[in-house]
Design a protein around this ligand. Sequence first.
Ligand SMILES: Nc1ncnc2c1ncn2[C@@H]1O[C@H](COP(=O)(O)OP(=O)(O)OP(=O)(O)O)[C@@H](O)[C@H]1O
Ligand SMILES: [Mg+2]
Length: 552
Amino acid sequence: MKVGVVVWAEGTTVKFRIREKALVERGQLLKVDTKYAKFILRVYDFKPESLLTQAEIARLSKKKEDGENIEIYDKGLRLYDTALATIICQIDSEGHVHGPTTVPPLFSEVETLNKHDLEQLRLDTGDLPIGYIRVGHKTSEAIVALDGAKTIPHHILVCGVTGAGKSNLGKVLAYSIMRTKGKYSLVLFDCESEYFQGASPAQLGLVHAPEAEDYLLYVTPRVQEPCKLKVTIMYKGAEIERRVEAYPLAIGYDQLKPDDFTLTGEFTHPQEELLWLIYKLRKRDWLSFLLEAPPDMIYRFVKKLAAKNTINTLKRKLKHLLGSGDIFVEDAPPFNTLDAIIGAAMRGCVVLIDIPYATEGEEKLLATATARRIFDTYEKLRKHAPEDWEKLPYVLIAVEEAHRYLSKTSLTSTGELRENIFSIISKRGRKYKVGALYITQMPGELIEPVIRQSLTKIILPLPTKPDYTRIIEYSPYLDEASQEIKTLDKGEALLVSPPSGIRFAVPIKVFSYEELVGKRLSEEIASRYTPARKIRRFKPLKKINEEAVVLS
Ligand SMILES: Nc1ncnc2c1ncn2[C@@H]1O[C@H](COP(=O)(O)OP(=O)(O)OP(=O)(O)O)[C@@H](O)[C@H]1O
Ligand SMILES: [Mg+2]
């Protein structure tokens, strides 16, 4: 459909006159098809063009205010609307997509995209589908997918205000990863217990996806020993049973090493030295000793090599990180949850770590201990057994509330700039197939290298200026996007992903997880149950019962 005519083109900006009665929306993708190339434009703003004099405007507006009809002489020539658009790419006659190297001629026609144009953009060639291309607030049928192998090692940044759709996107990504059947893995920490079965009865969780049986490891305080968790799902009146591998969320002190603490970035040099010294001298009970022995005794034990102040502060920080004893337990449990997590990550699973009651300290230590082990394992294998490393899946480690780990204030909490495991992964993970998925409501707080190194960015609604300007500042392809980011609705986003070949800001609508998996469930039910049974049992929307079956 024709929506306008180009009236100016300069740099990568095109101004076009909007046809009367045509609807053009901010963020909309349009095209200008010329003899030498097809230009794809993204609208970012509007501007009326007026040749009316100030006196005419004053006279006409007064008439309108007084309820009179106004008629503008030669209206089409003297007053019209224009839209400003950026050229995001050009497609040559062979269908190859390039960055813009020229501009469309004046007076060429601007049109909406059709199915063929959307296909030519090749946004669906990746193996991790996340949503549809959006046209204004409307959703098209063209799918947008990320290329996992290229995207994961270069990190993904997801930002949006509360309720913008970050967790929904997390579930959609987890689902896409499970569907690759072992090609990628994802480690997720779930503070709200919303991922496994959904945050409310109307929502769905990862357990509803059929792939959860083979590609999900659920680490949760709800089970007491490693088991297959039998979960009965009621969906649209039918009953479906899933068996998901589950591990208790309990880690013995004996599993923890000084690195798990130091890589939280919470300790000063003298405190770190003391940690290592005690570890060397006591080995097995180093942590219990540090926690329980009176400061004076520790002082004498290290032969006065550490200041009393350091000992006291270290004890306090350790207690803060170890929390109330629900996750980190002094008596070693007869299983090893951290090993199970790493094993699942190396098998290409989604590991969901359910931490509804974790304190901030526990969450930090758990995330650090997990991420550090994965990173170390991948790094060692790459160095010592490259053939085995080649076969490993790419692993994505999700960091919710990423600003808590990667803000300037958190990285300098000890008074000096201290790296933590996530700042290390952001710099070095890509060499080892380890990537981070940074999720945050406050990207304005993130340190600048993290924003720059996260090559894939998914920006959900983000109305606050310091937040979106920081993202725009450190990202190519997002110039002129501020107006649009402010006006996005829930689940709508702008996506840039140069590693996936997406070198411009694509307006997308993230899939609704409920729609995506609800469809799979309906198919599963249709193939397994007779209609009579479905009708008879049609009542509750969804209910989950579960029981733990201990593995032999
Ligand atoms: N793409 C989408 N399509 C349809 N509904 C969506 C979409 N994204 C999110 N929603 C709905 O919006 C609501 C909020 O989404 P979600 O919980 O994902 O937000 P959030 O950004 O994680 O919020 P918070 O910061 O509070 O954790 C949910 O009810 C969810 O189902
Ligand atoms: Mg959320």
